[in-house]
Ligand binder design. Structure first.
Ligand code: UT7
Length: 359
């Protein structure tokens, strides 16, 4: 670890980035054919016009592997010491998804585990990866945020089917100095388990399986109290962002790019307004891909970097909010990074019929 300052533990430095979206695109018009909704309602309430969804049989690990491969290529390496997958839609309840992802990337043998913090998963994953590096347990970590919400949202639930999309985004972090570009800086992490029910899949876990009887359709699918989530998301994200900025001694004007979890456009605008940040400094990717859970921040980074919107030296504030409830923020100065435009890999195709439904 020659690059590490002798004065303190090594810092995690961003050195690779990639994303992957499944090719199937579901537009608002497609949804309006099978749900009592319309494009204008969805756009006004969420700012979303389309989302990508997996094909039948595709799983979270399939997206995670593709995103991971692109992040490794961007970092110019095939080797890492740990693979962390942030997801709340794992391939299986048991075991974790990360070991399978690591094996498929030719990384069998490395440490591999999942982080479960719903839409805050990527920020919690960053903190976990930074901890592995600071403790000297890893020189390089591949962190992947991946979710397939289409597998847990009831396709007949118009309130949630309009919001979520599937995708994966990944970063590679290496051991480095705290003062070099790409160093992951100050964090804020928090939770409030008094509101577990606000965002949940009630069935499938030990709580339901220890009881006799079959779960209902509603219990088997994702549910969310949208209005309450909206209020909590704006307040918690702004609060967490402020805490992090003050820990680093940054002012709001020091932030070149606010990269929040891409929940929906109104939440992002409200959080930026609350912070006093001009909306044009807020990364916006939700319109094209919907809310992709733990994948949304790395996908927003890959989108912005691919468009050349992130310049070396730019200062970024990442902030997330999700089920749990959980929230978290992190600061970072943008490094020189090789991220190709259109780094999401494959041409999207519009989808017209045969959309699969979970029952
Ligand atoms: O990572 C965190 C992600 N979570 C979120 O982003 C959710 C945050 N919540 C929200 O953004 C909003 O609460 C929603 C977009 C989910 C809903 O917007 P809202 O303004 O809170 O609508 P609402 O739930 O109060 O519903 C208003 C009306 C209702 O009809 P009635 O009772 O007034 O007759 C709903 O049944 O809109 C109806 N509605 C719809 N109408 C057309 C609900 N979903 C739809 C729909 N299309 N898709």
């Amino acid at each position: 670890m020659s690059a590490v300052a002798a004065s303190g533990p090594p810092s995690a430095v961003l050195c690779g980035l990639g994303g992957w979206l499944p090719s199937r695109v579901v537009t608002n018009e497609h949804l309006a054919r099978r749900l009592d909704t319309d494009d204008a309602w969805i756009r006004t309430r969420t700012g979303i016009r389309q989302r990508h969804v997996v094909d039948p049989g595709q799983a979270t690990s399939d997206l995670a592997v593709e995103a991971g491969r692109r992040a490794l290529a961007s970092a110019g390496t095939g080797r890492v010491d740990a693979v962390v997958v942030a997801t709340s839609t794992p391939d299986h309840i048991c075991p974790a998804t990360a070991p399978a992802v690591a094996a498929r990337l030719g990384l069998a043998g490395v440490a591999a585990f999942d982080v479960s913090a719903v839409c805050t998963g990527f920020v919690y994953g960053l903190a976990s990866a930074a901890g592995l590096i600071a403790a000297g347990l890893a020189e390089r970590v591949l962190l992947i945020g991946a979710d397939t919400y289409s597998t847990i949202v009831d396709p007949l639930d118009r309130a949630n089917a309009i919001i979520f999309g599937d995708g994966a985004g990944a970063v590679v972090l290496r051991a480095g100095r705290v003062d070099e570009p790409g160093a992951v800086g100050h964090f804020d992490l928090g939770s409030d388990g008094d509101h577990t029910e606000m965002i949940t899949v009630a069935a499938g876990g030990s709580r339901q399986r220890s009881r006799p009887g079959e779960p209902s359709r509603r219990e088997r699918h994702f549910s969310m109290d949208g209005k309450a989530v909206y209020r909590h998301a704006v307040t918690r994200m702004a609060q967490s962002a402020r805490t992090t900025l003050s820990r680093a001694g940054w002012k709001i004007d020091d932030v070149d790019h606010f990269v929040p979890h891409q929940a929906n456009l109104r939440i992002l605008h409200s959080a930026a307004d609350d912070l006093g940040l001009p909306r044009d400094r807020c990364a916006m990717h939700v319109e094209d891909i919907g809310n992709t859970g733990a994948a949304s921040i790395p996908l927003a980074l890959a989108d912005a970097a691919g468009r050349g919107a992130l310049l070396p030296g730019d200062r970024l504030l990442l902030t997330a909010f999700g089920g749990g409830l959980t929230w978290g923020s992190c600061l970072l100065t943008w490094p020189e990074l090789a991220v190709p435009a259109h780094s999401f890999g494959q041409p999207a195709h519009s989808f017209d019929q045969g959309e699969h439904e979970t029952s």
